[in-house]
Every structure is written in C-alpha cells, then in structure tokens.
Design a protein around this ligand. Structure first.
Ligand SMILES: NC(=O)c1ccc[n+]([C@@H]2O[C@H](COP(=O)([O-])OP(=O)(O)OC[C@H]3O[C@@H](n4cnc5c(N)ncnc54)[C@H](O)[C@@H]3O)[C@@H](O)[C@H]2O)c1
Length: 250
C-alpha cells in the first residue's frame, strides 16, 4: 500500500514527545522515513518502535547538531524533502519577573532554533529542487495572551518566518507553511496545568468546539501540508485551534 508520503524522508525536531511524536507516527503511517532530532534520549526508543527512523540527539540551538542530523538522514535514507521545525518550550510568567536569561532561553529555542533548522533545510531543499518545510508556530503567534511574552513574541516570529521564507523560496520549489495549534493535550500542557499555570476547564469553555485539540489533529494537517495534496499551498499559518482565533465574542 502506498501512502501520501511514500519514498519521502522527513526530519522532525522535537519528535520524541507530544505533537512532534504524533506527526512522526502520522508521517510513518503515510510511508515516509524519518529522522528525529531531539535533546531527549527517548527519541531512540521512539525510533525503534516506528522503524525506518533514525534518532539524533542534539539541540536546535546548535547549528552543528542540525547539520549532523541532516547529514545522518542523507546517509541513511537520502535527501530530506520534508522538515518540521517543531522543537519548542513554554514560557509562562508575569513579564516583570522574566529574567534576561529566561527570555534568551525561549527565543534561542523557539525562534533561533526554528531559523537555524529552516536555513539548513532550505539550503538542502533548494539544491535538491524543492521540498516542504513546516514551522511550528502557535495560535499565540496570531492572537495574544498575558504572561507569555517570550512565547508570543517567538511564535509570531515563526509565523512571519513562514511567510517570508515562502516568498523567498517559492520559485525554488520549496513550500513553507506554519502550524498554529490551539491548546493541545501534551506533556507540555500537563506540565503547565500541574504547576497551576493553566485552568483546563476554562480553556475548554473559551474554545468554540468546547474541547482541547488532540495531537493527531495537528498531525493530520502536517501530513496534508507536507504532501502533494498541498502543492499550491505556501506562506500560510494554519490554525488548528477548534475555532479559538476566530472567536471574538464574550
Ligand atoms: N501543546 C500545545 O498546546 C501547543 C500549542 C501550540 C503550539 N505548540 C508548540 O508545539 C511544539 C511541540 O510542543 P509539545 O506540546 O509537543 O511539547 P513537548 O514538550 O511534548 O515536546 C517538545 C519536544 O521538543 C524537544 N526539545 C525541547 N527543546 C529542544 C531543543 N533545544 N532541541 C531539540 N529538541 C528540543 C523536547 O525534548 C520534546 O521532545 C512546540 O513548539 C510548542 O510551542 C504546542
């Protein structure tokens, strides 16, 4: 049986957990081979479970680690033609208490890490004649919330990066789109809820669909954008948010 991504090679950053893991499963189910670049050694057991998957331990904040992951992908599976720059961290505290170090941490992973990954993916995809690049933004790159200054600023930057790169690389055959999930049920969200930084019932009530988003729902959008089904789609920031960013009433 052939899937929508049969014969393709995808590199996912932050693929050991949460949304990245769900996308990894969905890409494998559609026939892609995978490389997971993650700080978490759990990526190795994910790779074993999924098959046709290589885990590379490293950080998106270090260009050398990103280059090593692309090189390892090429040696094992051939050129990377799909890349999801997904690794990211939360930042949730009143702005007046955010230290310069905390700001730098969030920006270096969520914004610079996406830039470094996108730059390396673009360099190789342009040389290969094309590819599909997906950047993980958030609905908080579209609309704002208090006490998330580094998160909102970094995700708005990622959303704009997708638009800017799409214009720059469209004629080179590289499509660039961003995903903008709402509140997705992941360890990232559980951690914030456990620390009392989120009230899940209120979040559900604020969402027009009245529920959280499932990781698989984001993964299905990633498969669509990565596949030939989306051959004319570039420069878009795709909200998968149950209606959150559309809603502007009480
Ligand atoms: N969960 C949500 O509600 C939600 C909503 C919108 C956007 N997002 C975004 O989706 C992405 C994934 O979030 P998640 O909820 O799956 O989180 P998660 O914490 O479950 O997974 C994040 C993964 O990224 C890895 N990682 C973190 N820093 C890294 C680094 N420097 N280098 C390489 N890997 C690194 C972690 O080890 C982990 O495997 C993030 O960019 C996040 O901002 C999440």
């Amino acid at each position: 049986m052939t899937g929508a991504l049969t014969g393709r090679c995808a590199l996912i950053t932050g693929g050991a957990s949460g949304i990245g893991l769900a996308v990894a499963r969905a890409f494998r189910a559609e026939g892609a081979s995978l490389v997971l670049l993650d700080l978490d050694p759990a990526a190795a057991s994910v790779a074993e479970e999924l098959g046709e998957t290589l885990a590379v331990k490293g950080s998106v904040t270090r260009k050398a680690d990103i280059v090593a992951a692309f090189d390892a992908a090429e040696v094992r599976f051939g050129p990377v033609d799909i890349c999801l720059a997904n690794a990211g961290v939360s930042q949730n505290a009143p702005t007046l208490s955010v230290s310069e170090e905390e700001w730098e941490r969030v920006i270096s992973i969520n914004l610079t890490g996406v830039f470094l990954t996108a730059q390396e993916a673009g360099r190789r995809m342009i040389a290969q004649g094309g590819g599909s690049l997906l950047l993980m933004a958030s609905m908080y790159g579209i609309v704002a919330a208090p006490e998330r200054i580094g998160y909102c600023a970094s995700k708005a930057g990622v959303a704009m990066m997708a638009k800017a790169l799409s214009c720059e690389w469209a004629r080179e055959g590289v499509r660039v789109n961003a995903l903008a999930p709402g509140y997705v049920r992941t360890p990232f969200l559980d951690d914030l809820a456990q620390r009392g930084r989120l009230d899940l019932d209120r979040l559900k009530a604020r969402t027009p669909m009245g529920r959280l988003i499932e990781t698989e729902e984001v993964a299905r959008m990633a498969v669509f954008l990565a596949s030939e089904q989306a051959s004319a789609v570039t420069g878009q920031v795709m909200a998968v948010d149950g209606g959150w960013t559309a809603y502007g009433y009480l």
